[in-house]
Design a protein around this ligand. Structure first.
Ligand code: ATP
Length: 367
């Protein structure tokens, strides 16, 4: 969809100053339900226009973190600052409707008895009829629904309903929009397309976004920064590239992407010996030389090489279109995953020659 340009209404202060100011600062917050710590010491920081994702396993506290930022859950310690103002701390919570945030949820939450235009204008009570018409027309164009202002929610597809929800969240011109699994009711193709469209809209309008998702592909495709959560904490707040190639702890290394851990021994601060050869990495580890370690080996670290002495037997094959991921049993008994171009078509049971091509050495001390 070609998106029309949107005039971003300039706000107070010069442009550089405006973008450099911190929009959201969550500092060491803790949230309880019935005495159970659901969020524990969570901190994050966002500037205007940032698109961040919270990603983690079910029940790790993503929605609760978002609801605390929105003002629907109180914090028992720490504080949340929005635009430099404390909005949550122990014993104090600014009401959600005073936080000037937009929200988009999984179930769209459109008003069934209102048509598309009325849904979009819901939060614009103080505007004149003429202003509402102008804003809704602009937003309808922006989300590609200019031809459907009179339709009711039940007359729209899931993707169209989600676009209306988005337009409604944008109508009040928030500088931060919170989205909780907004695309999870949509089929894979539509969720990918709509996700990218939404990101483009937010970029045009310089709106910051926190997107909660349990879908790694979605988080990586959309987020400038992604926070990996586990048990109420952020385990790593980083770019998708760093999360994949430089995971800071074993949880993130396990949770993100595919891969296996091979046992090894640290030969020097940047070289490790494994049963299938030495791996020299791109960074030095401050562990004692000789330490027993586990080395992360991703499928793209193990490549096809006809001249290599190392052989793996294919025990599983997953065709991915452009590539195939083979699971290989090595003579040492170890198992690795290997990414082959899909025209290298082999069968389960075949032997293939492989070579380690590890660019990023990721290892953890063995307990
Ligand atoms: P999912 O991906 O499954 O939506 P999540 O990461 O968003 O999970 P939360 O919904 O934030 O997780 O829930 C975190 C924990 O808090 C869970 O153990 C959940 O059972 C608990 N919890 C959430 N809401 C409440 C509530 N209102 N009362 C009691 N416990 C709650």
């Amino acid at each position: 969809m070609a998106l029309p340009r949107y005039d971003f209404h300039s706000r107070a202060g010069s442009w550089p100053e405006y973008f450099m100011t911190t929009l959201l600062k969550v500092q060491d917050i803790t949230c309880h339900f019935d005495g159970n710590h659901v969020i524990e010491g969570l901190s994050l920081h966002m500037n205007r226009g940032d698109l961040c994702c919270l990603l983690g396993p079910s029940g790790c506290g993503k929605t609760t973190a978002l609801r605390a930022i929105a003002g629907f859950e109180s914090v028992v310690s720490g504080e949340i600052q929005l635009r430099g103002e404390v909005v949550s701390k122990a014993g104090y919570s600014l009401a959600p409707n005073k936080r000037r945030l937009g929200m988009v949820f999984q179930d769209y939450a459109l008003f069934p008895h209102m048509n598309v235009r009325a849904n979009i204008c819901f939060g614009l009570n103080k505007k004149s009829h003429k202003e509402k018409k102008k804003i809704s027309e602009e937003l309808l164009e922006l989300v590609g629904l200019g031809h459907l202002p009179g339709r009711y929610p039940h007359e729209l597809s899931g993707g169209q309903q989600q676009r209306v929800a988005l337009a409604r969240a944008l109508a009040t011109e928030p500088d931060l929009i919170l989205m909780d699994e907004p695309f999870s009711n949509l089929d894979v193709e539509l969720r990918e397309r709509l996700g990218l469209e939404v990101r483009e809209i937010f970029r045009q309008k310089s709106i910051a976004t926190i997107l909660v998702t349990h879908d790694q592909h979605e988080a990586f495709a959309l987020g400038d920064m992604v926070g990996i959560m586990n048990e109420g904490r952020i385990m790593q707040w980083d770019t998708p590239y760093n999360l994949y190639h430089e995971p800071m702890n074993r949880f993130v290394a396990d949770f993100i992407g595919q891969g296996v851990f091979l046992n090894g021994k640290l030969l020097s601060h940047d070289t490790v010996e494994t049963a299938i050869g030495k791996i020299k990495g791109n960074r030095a580890y401050q562990l004692p030389v000789g330490s027993a370690v586990e080395v992360l080996v991703r499928p793209d670290d193990v490549v096809s090489d006809h001249d290599s002495p190392l052989v793996g037997k294919i025990i599983n094959k997953a065709f991915k279109g452009a590539e195939t991921v083979y699971t290989l049993k090595l003579p040492t008994g170890d198992t690795v995953l290997s990414l082959f171009p899909s025209h290298h078509d082999h069968s389960v049971g075949d032997d293939v020659r492989i070579r380690l091509a590890v660019q990023h050495l990721v290892l953890f001390q063995k307990n």
